[in-house]
Design a protein around this ligand. Structure first.
Ligand code: F6P
Length: 355
């Protein structure tokens, strides 16, 4: 079987771990090979691919970005649909495709699958807003960067008695803002899911500063919107009709300075959140999902996304857990075998499935 792999949409940390997971898992059988398409779907359209084997993966795990390059959707993809993609995949002798991407990549993957081509999707986006998984590749790294930024802003805010506004990414969902805001102890967190009332926030900050808290951090997702009490700046739309996200942090900072009278500064974190080395959690997640995607294809399943489930909080009766050890699960041991070059392990004790 020949497997194709591509990364689509905005880059993030952990993509190379996912590509490596695919290559490692596939490489365990002689009759399997992997080719990587460069520049996402555009690479498939142009027949631009490269052979991927263990040697090609050397040094990939700690590297950010994507070794295959990536692209957003294109007019050709939109107008011609799945047909030219399938024609090229067939010319390349590809039997199944693993797509690593967010919403846009998933839509094209679904089209390909509807047209009868075997596809397994792997979720990635720092925005963490893909349905069907608790977490996407890239989120943990971005969250770490954003939380560190909040921590750093705290010390300078306290030194100068300032309000510090931090704008983070998050177009439609506020996972980074909520995560970094909570983890960093922000005074206010503004997310796209709930329009904010600027007067209410200003009042709370003033009350807080009167209680001797002379510094406040406000985390703003780039896609946050105000309620009807103020008019958001018109930043226009892009070629696809999406709202251009530009300056919500500065807008909030200016309004808060005006309403509170406090010295206020705004920082836009931007692409720092997407770049740089992946955290161990993102390397693990990429490895797990990439390897699992290949396993699923081998089991004869396609037209699905491999997602992570159950990160909620559940109550556990003490009588059932006290004195019991949580071992590596059977599938974790399986992953060790798939990903590493170590000899096959014989499980002695294991716990529930993990990937
Ligand atoms: O990948 C998601 C994202 O990081 C969004 O949060 C952000 O709005 C967008 O990508 C920016 O993308 P581009 O690389 O096209 O500027």
């Amino acid at each position: 079987m020949r497997i194709g792999v591509l990364t689509g949409g905005g880059d993030c940390a952990g993509l190379n771990a996912a590509i490596r997971g695919v290559v490692r898992a596939a490489g365990h059988e002689m009759d399997r090979s992997v080719i990587g398409y460069r520049r996402g779907w555009n690479g498939v359209l142009d027949g631009d691919s490269v052979k991927l084997d263990s040697e090609a993966m050397r040094g990939a795990l700690p590297r950010g970005g994507t070794m295959l390059g990536t692209s957003r959707s294109s007019r050709r993809l939109e107008t011609e649909g799945a047909a030219p993609l399938i024609a090229q995949l067939e010319r390349d002798g590809v039997d199944a495709l693993v797509t690593i991407g967010g919403d846009g990549t998933l839509i094209t993957a679904a089209r390909l699958s509807d047209a009868g081509f075997p596809v397994i999707a792997v979720p990635k986006t720092i925005d963490n807003d893909v349905q069907g998984t608790d977490v996407c590749i890239g989120f943990d790294t971005a969250l770490g960067v954003a939380t560190e930024a909040v921590d750093r802003l705290h010390t300078t805010a306290e030194s100068h008695n300032r309000i510090m506004v931090l704008e983070v990414m998050g177009r439609q969902a506020g996972h980074i803002a909520a995560g970094a805001g909570i983890a960093g102890g922000a005074a206010a967190i503004l997310v796209p899911e709930a329009p904010f009332n600027i007067d209410g926030i200003a009042e709370r900050l003033i009350a807080r500063h009167h209680r001797d808290r002379n510094a406040s951090i406000v985390v703003v997702a780039e896609g946050a919107v105000p309620d009807s009490s103020v008019e958001a700046p018109d930043t226009g739309t892009d070629e696809w009709g999406n709202r251009i996200l530009d300056g919500m942090g500065q807008f909030v900072g200016d309004l808060l300075a005006e309403r509170t009278g406090y010295d206020t500064r705004t920082t836009v974190l931007g692409y720092i959140q997407r770049g740089g080395p992946p955290t161990p959690a993102d390397r693990l997640l990429g490895s797990r999902l990439g390897a699992r995607a290949v396993e699923v294809l081998m089991e004869g399943t396609s037209g699905c996304m491999v997602g992570v489930h159950s990160t909620g909080i559940a109550l556990q009766p003490l009588a059932e857990i006290a004195g019991r050890t949580r071992y590596l699960s059977e599938d974790q041991l399986e992953l060790l075998d798939l990903i590493s070059t170590a000899p096959v392990l014989t499980p002695l004790r294991t716990s529930r499935r993990w990937f």
